[in-house]
Design a protein around this ligand. Sequence first.
Ligand code: ZN
Length: 354
Amino acid sequence: MSTSPACLVSSVANASLRFVQRGYPVYRCTSCGLEFVWPIPGPAELAEYYDRGYAVPLERYAAAGARNAARIADIERFCPARGRLLEIGASYGHSLLAARERGWQVTGVELSPTASAHARQELGLEIYNCDLQDAPLPEASFDAVILWHVLEHVRDPRAQVLRIGELLKPGGFLGLRVPNIESFGARVAGQWWPWMCPPAHLWFFSRTTLPRLLDSCGFDILETRTLRGDGNNLYQYALMAAGNWLNELRHSLRPSPRASDQRARAAAAPSGAAPVAAVVGPPASRDGAQPSVASPPPSGLMQRWLHTLERAQPITNAMARGTRWIVEPLEKRGWGDELLVYARKRRPAQAERG
Ligand SMILES: [Zn+2]
């Protein structure tokens, strides 16, 4: 077939198509496991998408004050002296506000005009409302750079990381949070994983691919962790997987008699038009829960199942809280949806080595 796209991390041009989600083909590199949308949507297409549909409510950020502060406190384990901090994708500025209160000198870059205006006017923060590459920031001037759920959105993560390397002082700190494509949820929910959402997310990293990218851009890895993240929980995903599995089962139970039926009709039909009618079964049962071998294709049923799960989330959240001692260690052991990587810019002497 046609040549497959070259991988951002391994440079190997041997990626296989996993599925098409929301009209965007998602590939998996067979060499390193990086997953990505290909072709990468153009800047105009992404700008239109963000203008139209993608807005995180201000209240949700403002309410997360304690979490924002905890995240800053966490990076201070590696930056006890604090100093100058740059946040890329600063949103409404609440993380930077928390950092400023903890003694950092803060600067932000944010693409959204609304969010950056809020950060400037309401919080008095220094925010550049532009792409990182266009922000007039002095090189080798920052002690730390953070990107919380940003790298998976950008068209060229490598260019972004290299630019961060220029902006950091030697030995400067880089903190990243991205979705974890090797999480339990990503594995069992597949394309129904909530973070599998192109064109917002274009790159899907793992505990191996993100450190590898950073290493090739001149960073040493300090720490790699997985966490639960903001989305669903393991119970939710288990139910999602069960729904998916039942769908598959229904599929596998169905084909033999129907396929032969279809072939018989196709043989009898004078043109290729008849088989299309043959695959349309009786109408779906109203509740969608009865496993009937004569039901129409499962996508509608799966959608209803996902919708039910959404409403059941308070229950599974309560279950997750009640069994935190079981669930949390698993989420930290690679099952969690969120991947956190801390790295340090290599000093010149170390860079020569490799
Ligand atoms: Zn690769």
